[in-house]
Ligand binder design. Structure first.
Ligand SMILES: *[C@@H]1O[C@H](CO)[C@@H](O)[C@H](O)[C@H]1NC(C)=O
Ligand SMILES: *[C@@H]1O[C@H](CO)[C@@H](O)[C@H](O)[C@H]1NC(C)=O
Ligand SMILES: *[C@@H]1O[C@H](CO)[C@@H](O)[C@H](O)[C@H]1NC(C)=O
Ligand SMILES: CC(=O)N[C@H]1CO[C@H](CO)[C@@H](O)[C@@H]1O
Length: 363
């Protein structure tokens, strides 16, 4: 009897393991992210501005990159890696390379259009002479999209894009520009009108991306920009600029409802919205929890709060970059960026809604 049962048993045994491996393989395939497309400003720029001759928003000189592999400046506004690098790492992808590094590239694993000084509005970069505003970033993406369609064919390209991540980190420069003393923008519109226009413009650009195959969005709110070293330095008691912070939170509230509206209108999109503001204020209120000792001053710069002269080659920088929240006047250290992305990827609903990026991958 046993000799008759055995082949059957081993068949089931084989079948069980076969299906385990094959289905396991298929489902991990289904969950893998083929590409990461990054849009935004200096928080996620990995070198596009190196190619902009006139731009004043550059980080291709020391001491930027002092902790980057190789210790060289790369164009990242950081001592090391930035959030774009960490997000790519989490997704098992190489860092999305700068679009301007090869405008004829195929970029099958993704590409970054992010540019220091960029805003939702085209004029936001006036201060920096040159950047790639979000509208232009989306235009550049459309050329990548055309190439994808031509190379993979419509069906395969749409499938590839529907599983890809579209990360957008933008808005801080628009708001900082508004609150710059004597800005023309603040004379033209109230902060509420300005924030509403930021959101409706962003909404239009997200719809364009949806029309070009984007289905999964990673969106970040604006951080506590009133607490960056340059803003504190403008206050006698080194306090945060409460007005800038207030309008960041108003923008974030508006962004959350804009995203809900977009989801109910377009149905097939999914997104993660990240509360950068909450994470920032946690750093400031409970620095030790995150390993920080200095939450006010920049690490690299000169003068009060190292915020009077920016991070340029003649500036000094702090010996331990891991205990500072801010690398320079505006930008977080690698240590802070790493925590942001950890929370973005696997954080609870307190930080990322309606789902974190890990969940977004498998939707
Ligand atoms: C740019 O991309 C094209 C297409 O992928 C590739 O053939 C070429 O080698 C790339 N050029 C550089 C300088 O990387
Ligand atoms: C400094 O910041 C505090 C808190 O926002 C504010 O009450 C105060 O007016 C500011 N002082 C100056 C000189 O801007
Ligand atoms: C640098 O700061 C980190 C985070 O606070 C700490 O863990 C580390 O021990 C510090 N390193 C040195 C050499 O002080
Ligand atoms: C987890 C989640 O919310 N997934 C949604 C992604 O979008 C599709 C299309 O709207 C929904 O059916 C899923 O429920």
């Amino acid at each position: 009897m046993a000799s008759k049962v055995q082949p059957v048993a081993s068949f089931f045994f084989f079948f069980f393991f076969f299906s385990f491996f094959v289905l396991g393989f298929i489902s991990s395939e289904a969950q893998s992210v083929p590409a990461l497309y990054v849009f935004g400003d200096s928080l996620v720029d990995v070198g596009n501005n190196n190619y902009l001759k006139l731009s004043l928003a550059k980080a291709d000189f020391p001491h930027n990159g002092v902790d980057f592999p190789g210790g060289k400046p790369t164009g990242r506004f950081s001592n090391g890696k930035n959030a774009a690098d960490f997000l790519a790492e989490k997704l098992g992808l190489p860092t999305a390379p700068p679009y301007l590094s090869n405008t004829s590239g195929d970029f099958l694993k993704g590409v970054s259009f992010a540019s220091g000084g960029a805003g939702i509005f085209d004029g936001t970069d006036d201060l920096y002479k040159q950047s790639i505003p979000l509208t232009k970033q989306v235009n550049y993406y459309s050329t990548v999209y055309q190439k994808r369609m031509a190379k993979l064919g419509s069906g395969a390209a749409q499938l590839h894009l529907s599983k890809s991540m579209f990360a957008i980190v933008i808005g801080s420069n628009d708001l900082l520009g508004y609150f710059k003393s004597g800005s023309a923008k603040s004379k033209k519109s109230t902060p509420q009108q300005y924030v509403d226009l930021m959101l409706s413009t962003l909404n239009g650009l997200m719809k364009s991306l949806h029309g070009l195959g984007a289905r999964k969005f990673v969106m970040t709110g604006i951080g506590a920009i009133g607490c960056c070293p340059t803003q504190r330095n403008q206050n006698k008691t080194e306090e945060c600029n409460e007005e800038a912070n207030y309008w960041s939170t108003k923008y974030n509230t508006g962004l959350k409802s804009m995203l809900q509206g977009l989801k109910s209108e377009l149905k097939e999109i999914n997104y993660s919205y990240f509360e950068s503001y909450t994470v920032f204020t946690n750093f400031i209120q409970q620095p030790a929890t995150y390993g920080f000792k200095e939450v006010k001053a920049a690490c690299c710069g000169l003068g009060n709060l190292k915020a009077q002269i920016p991070c340029v080659p003649i500036s000094s920088y702090c010996p331990n970059r891991s205990d500072h929240v801010f690398w320079d006047l505006y930008h977080p250290t690698e240590a802070a960026a790493r925590i942001f992305v950890d929370l973005l990827y696997t954080g609870s609903q307190q930080y990322v809604i309606p789902m974190n990026v890990k969940q977004l991958v498998s939707v």
